[in-house]
Design a protein around this ligand. Structure first.
Ligand SMILES: [Mg+2]
Length: 283
């Protein structure tokens, strides 16, 4: 089994008129599931790598592309750069960094070709639609929570037939705050009217997604699709919590976040961790 059972949530008191002095742990209800988009639902990295290689003839430049992109997205989130200009400016900086003598117009033309190729190439991971259908049937509200800079994420979800599943899409570039800032996760809970304890967030980045969600009071789940070997189960023992050896055996994940290697494991994790999963309702 790819994940460990047990609760990642802190014990919280349950009102008991006869035994007010005793704190009894009770699993919370689950009302909202938040999902990252890129490399969680959509095979973003592989598609991006192939597209960039097709346009440049080089396969060794993806890390630099991500670095320059992250830098520019952070400037959009901080309000220093307009979203409308960001992609062309990012690509201009990237191509100049490769030593290409291009002006902003040439970079914008390259970016137009790159986006056209990307939009024909996106693909979902195979485990996405069955998982979303299960969550929808369970009556759970769904939010897409992305650190991307703009509304193209909604277009991407729509073009892949996923928009119908989501009650809310939270985009860092629109909110002016990004994961792992707790404000990002808490804004989603506020928007959907749930307590953070009634929500989980799952994504492919351990710190940005799983630990960030945990720190905001949600249940954090790391989707670690390609671990090096089989992951050790989480040890629900206070003595080993945050022990480096134990964490390393789980890909570096601390004891109070869950780790899955596939979305296929999410339903079982949720029904194990929450006393009531969703409210059966037509959608
Ligand atoms: Mg991601």
């Amino acid at each position: 089994m790819a994940f460990a059972l047990g609760s990642p949530t802190a014990p919280h008191p349950v009102a008991d008129t006869d035994r007010d002095d005793v704190d009894v742990w009770a699993p919370p209800e689950l009302r909202v599931v938040c999902l990252d988009i890129d490399d969680t639902l959509i095979d973003f990295t592989e598609t991006g790598k192939r597209t960039l290689a097709a346009l440049t003839g080089r396969r060794d430049i993806w890390d630099e592309w991500e670095r320059v992109t992250d830098e520019h997205v952070a400037r959009v989130v901080a309000g220093e750069l307009d979203y409308a200009d960001m992609h062309a400016r990012r690509t201009h900086a990237f191509l100049r960094g490769l030593g290409m003598d291009v002006d902003l117009a040439a970079a914008a033309a390259f970016e137009t070709r790159r986006k056209a190729l990307l939009n024909r190439s996106w693909r979902l991971f195979d485990d996405v639609v069955p998982c979303l259908e299960w969550l929808a049937a369970a009556g759970i509200q769904l939010a897409a929570v992305t650190n991307a800079s703009g509304a193209h994420q909604r277009d991407k979800l729509a073009s892949l037939g996923l928009a119908r599943f989501f009650d809310h899409v939270a985009i860092a570039g629109e909110l002016g705050v990004a994961k792992p800032d707790p404000a990002m996760f808490q804004s989603v809970c506020l928007q959907l009217g749930c307590d953070p304890r009634e929500a989980v967030h799952l994504g492919d980045k351990l710190t940005t997604d799983a630990i960030g969600a945990r720190d905001a009071g949600l249940t954090g789940i790391w989707l670690h699709r390609e671990p090096d070997g089989e992951l050790a189960p989480r040890v629900a023992d206070d003595d080993t919590e945050n022990d480096d050896t134990e964490n390393a055996a789980r890909g570096g994940a601390p004891a109070d976040v869950h780790v899955l290697t596939s979305l296929a494991g999410l339903p079982e994790l949720l029904v194990t961790e929450f006393v009531r999963v969703g409210v059966p309702a037509p959608r």
